[in-house]
Design a protein around this ligand. Structure first.
Ligand SMILES: Nc1nc2c(ncn2[C@@H]2O[C@H](COP(=O)(O)OP(=O)(O)OP(=O)(O)O)[C@@H](O)[C@H]2O)c(=O)[nH]1
Length: 392
């Protein structure tokens, strides 16, 4: 068997790695690919988004062709877990392995862990860069090239360090979300990125418009060069993920008050709140399971489906009686008022900003009186967009 290429997708939190992989997964030529998904959160949302049935594989396990390495597997146990996973993956005989790292990944431990098995080789080390955040927070990239103090903001300084370190190892830089900034901004950003990594290929992607075959002519990274770079930058003895960037999960079954959740987002998104993602429900839209995504100042709510508690009502009469009974059985052990509706949101960032947002989320939950109002069918002011995009 020829050595199997690994395409590593690295890049800061929320910079569009999963979005690219979900698009690439649909490519016929990648039908035989295996996926490795690292996620700092113990929730493993990225792995579930890449799994064919949208189920979250258990942390550390390979389900079908997707290895879910979230939680400890993405940091403390990175090398060990990747060793086991690569062994399992080789039994699948994949033509290629696509590996997504956590956005807080430090590149050198990741590269070493990915290249520990000689049956595989590193074909690309791709670093995604979010054009919108680069524009809003990092002077289009100038902050990465010059020794600027990130406006004296320690959270932004931390982000600059992580991003600059990831970029130092890239053979391909993908500037993502180019649909959110002007052409002039993109040109400016490309010139800064090129200055930073003169030998890297720079590609642009708007809503995952870039396909993997477009990078075919880019040569693979040279391991020795990367190893020398790690030595030169003093990065040999490193933790696998950036220090002080941690994940906590907010869980609660009560509905969010739509207006207060909106205010929490307007007023409590500190610069050190790098990434939040998860599922939630609003008192104003109790049928819908909503996918929440925030990276930097970009926030989105998408529709992923209906809660079982809603489906079991069989409002449109399309379900067979046995299907309704099955749903009702599944709901037996769920909450007596909310059924399976719940909120589960991973919050990644610097401690002070994480804690501030956690308490803002708690305050945005409905009070007992509001829950009673919801049960009585009362309406709630809802500033969120009326029609939401379906998550694909
Ligand atoms: N407008 C726009 N939004 C994008 C694009 N790519 C990704 N997004 C949005 O950015 C958010 C984060 O995208 P992801 O693909 O989940 O980012 P990620 O790098 O995998 O995130 P982590 O794994 O948590 O670090 C989501 O809400 C995406 O819909 C793009 O090209 N344009």
């Amino acid at each position: 068997m020829d050595n199997v290429p690994i395409v590593a997708l690295c890049g800061f939190l929320g910079s569009g790695k999963t979005t690219l992989l979900r698009r690439w997964r649909r490519d016929e030529a990648l039908a035989n690919a295996a996926f490795i998904v690292h996620d700092l959160s113990e929730q493993g949302i990225d792995a579930s988004l890449l799994s064919p049935d949208d189920k979250t594989p258990q942390a550390g396990s390979l389900v079908g062709r997707v290895a879910a390495l979230h939680g400890q597997h993405s940091n403390k146990q990175l090398s060990e877990s990747l060793g086991t996973t690569l062994e399992e993956i080789s039994a699948l005989n994949p033509s290629i392995v696509l590996s997504e790292s956590t956005g807080a990944a430090r590149p050198w431990p990741l590269i070493k862990a990915l290249t520990q098995d000689s049956r595989f080789f590193l074909r690309h080390f791709i670093v995604t860069v979010d054009a919108l955040n680069l524009h809003r927070d990092f002077l289009d990239g100038k902050m990465l090239t010059a020794d600027l103090d990130a406006h004296g903001d320690p959270a932004l300084c931390r982000a600059v360090e992580v991003l600059a370190e990831q970029l130092a190892f890239a053979n391909v830089i993908v500037l993502t979300k180019t649909d959110t900034v002007t052409k002039a901004v993109i040109e400016n950003q490309v010139s800064y990125l090129q200055k930073l990594q003169p030998h890297a290929t720079i590609a642009l992607s708007a809503r995952a418009g870039l396909l993997l075959p477009q990078l075919e002519n880019t040569p693979p990274p040279n391991f020795l060069t990367l190893s020398n770079k790690a030595k030169q930058l003093g990065l040999i003895q490193q933790t696998s993920t950036a220090e002080n960037v941690e994940a906590v999960v907010f869980r609660d079954q009560r509905p969010f008050h739509p207006q207060r959740l909106h205010e929490a987002c307007m007023n409590h998104l500190g610069t050190g709140l790098y990434r939040t993602k998860g599922f939630l429900w609003l008192a104003s839209r109790p049928d819908h399971t909503l996918l929440w995504q925030q990276s930097g100042s970009q926030i989105s709510l998408e529709l992923t489906g209906l809660w079982r508690a809603e489906l079991a009502k069989n409002a449109d009469g399309k379900l067979l009686p046995e299907e309704v009974e099955h749903l009702q059985n599944m709901l037996k052990n769920e909450h007596p008022i909310f059924g399976d509706r719940h909120n589960e949101i991973t919050i990644i960032g610097i401690e002070t900003d994480r804690n501030a947002f956690l308490s803002a989320l708690k305050n945005a939950l409905c009070t007992p009186q509001e829950i009673e109002a919801w049960q009585n069918g009362e309406s709630f002011p809802d500033p969120w967009p009326k029609s939401l995009r379906h998550s694909q």
